[in-house]
Design a protein around this ligand. Structure first.
Ligand code: C2G
Length: 457
């Protein structure tokens, strides 16, 4: 008798799970299915699991393919189970290719092809359907999205759209999803859109996605003009769709904890915020070659402006941008100085100048400091006048962190979720306004640069 084992969460059971179990059963005579516990899913960083363990076991049972169902509680359990149940074949979907090769010392390992097309609801009684995601853009950020989305239960990446067929196909092959060059077919196959195309294309794509009735998660900077942001949010509201700007820091638990402490009065009234994020970029990259929309502020400004907007709001009295630019007029380093009625702030970012990346929030009783990479907030300290008194805070930041924003996006779509510290629409509009002011100034400065032959503006 050939004994087969497979494992999974099997949340909101869908065709992908069903087909996997069917083919797993066909590999042998006896199929054991391991269903993960809530605690194990939490430990491996899976968010948003909706169904209870009991419901998930029931759903696996209903498929009729499992001869035996066991519970998976920890990371090392697979080897023990394979020995204990004298397993011949371990199988799992091809989205895990390579990960379980180490089990080859104990049994045969078979990766079954992942199911690319799933419908939004498989079980009729299911209240929460699976949201099928379509990605627009095939660049580096889009690459990061897929493994992170896999760790958010309730979403399935269905396909990618890129008007350049070859890019779409290359990307789709790598991630085992569908490639679309026909935009209508793309929209027919999905429920929500993740936009990770070049900045200046966001506005057009968001508009079209909303017109097709899709919820939108768009990478920062969402748009580069205030009026565009206002128009898009109004359109989303009118169509009862969710439009969300993806600045990953804004959705991660450590940053929320930091904001909570800053707003609690522990450090008194906040008077100064300083945020810095620099990342030396290779020459030749779009960020340093795109004269119209590249540069450090469009690339990193959203991160450094985020704590300023969160702590002081969007109604500044004065804003000033100072940049160091390259010979093409692209900013390699930008410092934004803001004055508010009760405080001051500086937000600094760089692609061609390295500095100490830190977030400092100074108040009348103490200060909070988070060192780089504070934008993936996992640790910060609170200091007071007495140098011996230091409070230390840690929080998990899992993987690349996109899972938090995807999870929050789903919460918004499902009409729930704690919105205390996430990015608000008003802040997102405020950011678009800053991008607009910055780019207007840069155009003027660049013209002057070329007129005067200067390199610094
Ligand atoms: N699957 C699939 N096609 C999809 C979605 C999922 O073939 N469109 C497969 C997965 O590859 C996995 C199984 O269905 O083999 C269960 O998927 P999940 O419930 O998402 O569980 P997962 O996180 O993949 O658990 O120990 C846990 C296992 O290692 C994998």
């Amino acid at each position: 008798m050939t004994k087969v084992i497979t494992y999974g969460t099997f949340d909101l059971l869908h065709e992908g799970h069903y087909r996997l179990l069917k083919r797993a059963k066909e590999l042998g005579d006896y199929l054991i299915v391991g269903v993960t516990t809530e605690a194990y899913d939490k430990a491996r960083g899976k968010l948003n699991v909706v169904d209870s363990l009991v419901t998930r076991i029931e759903n696996v049972k209903k498929t009729g393919f499992a001869d035996e169902i066991i519970v998976e509680e920890s990371v090392g359990q697979k080897v023990n189970d394979i020995r204990k149940y004298q397993i011949d074949i371990f199988t799992v979907g091809s989205d895990w290719v390579g990960v379980f090769d180490y089990l080859q010392d104990y049994c045969r390992v078979v990766y079954l092809e992942r199911t690319k097309n799933i419908s939004s609801t498989m079980l009729r009684e299911q209240n929460s359907p699976i949201h099928r995601v379509g990605i627009i853009g095939t660049g580096r950020i889009a690459e990061r999205f897929i493994p992170e989305a896999k760790l958010v239960s309730g979403v399935s990446t269905q396909g990618v759209y890129n008007p350049h067929r070859e890019s779409a196909e290359r990307f789709a092959r790598k991630w085992e999803i569908n490639a679309y060059e026909d935009v209508e077919k793309f929209y027919d196959a999905i429920d929500l859109v993740y936009i990770a195309s070049p900045h200046e294309t966001h506005y057009g794509y968001i508009k079209a996605a909303l017109e097709h009735g899709k919820h939108v998660l768009c990478e920062k900077p969402m748009v580069l003009q205030k009026a565009q942001a206002e128009e898009l949010y109004a359109s989303a509201r009118e169509k009862q769709l969710v439009l969300m700007e993806g600045i990953k820091t804004a959705y991660c638990p450590g940053f929320h904890k930091l904001l909570g402490i800053a707003c609690s009065g522990t450090i008194g009234s906040i008077r100064n915020v300083e945020a810095c994020f620099t990342k030396l970029e290779q020459t030749g990259r779009r960020e340093l070659t795109d004269r119209a929309y590249g540069g450090s502020f469009t690339e990193l400004g959203s991160y450094v402006m985020l704590p300023v907007l969160k702590l002081f709001g969007k109604d500044y009295e004065d804003i000033r941008f100072d940049s160091i630019c390259d010979e093409k007029g692209l900013d390699l380093f930008t410092k934004v100085s803001l004055r508010y009625p009760a405080g001051i702030a500086t937000a600094t970012c760089g692609l061609g100048v390295k500095s100490e990346g830190r977030l400092l929030v100074a108040g009348t009783k103490g200060y909070i400091v988070a060192e780089a990479p504070w934008w993936k907030t996992s640790y910060f300290e609170v200091h007071y006048e007495d140098p011996g008194r230091v409070e230390k805070y840690s929080e998990t930041f899992l993987g690349d962190g996109l899972r938090y924003e995807i999870s929050d996006f789903l919460s918004l779509i499902n009409g729930n979720g704690d919105r205390a510290f996430q990015l608000t629409q008003g802040e997102s509009i405020g950011l678009a306004g800053m991008m607009e002011r910055f780019l207007e100034k840069r155009v003027v400065d660049t013209e002057r640069l070329f007129r005067d032959g200067q390199t610094e503006v």
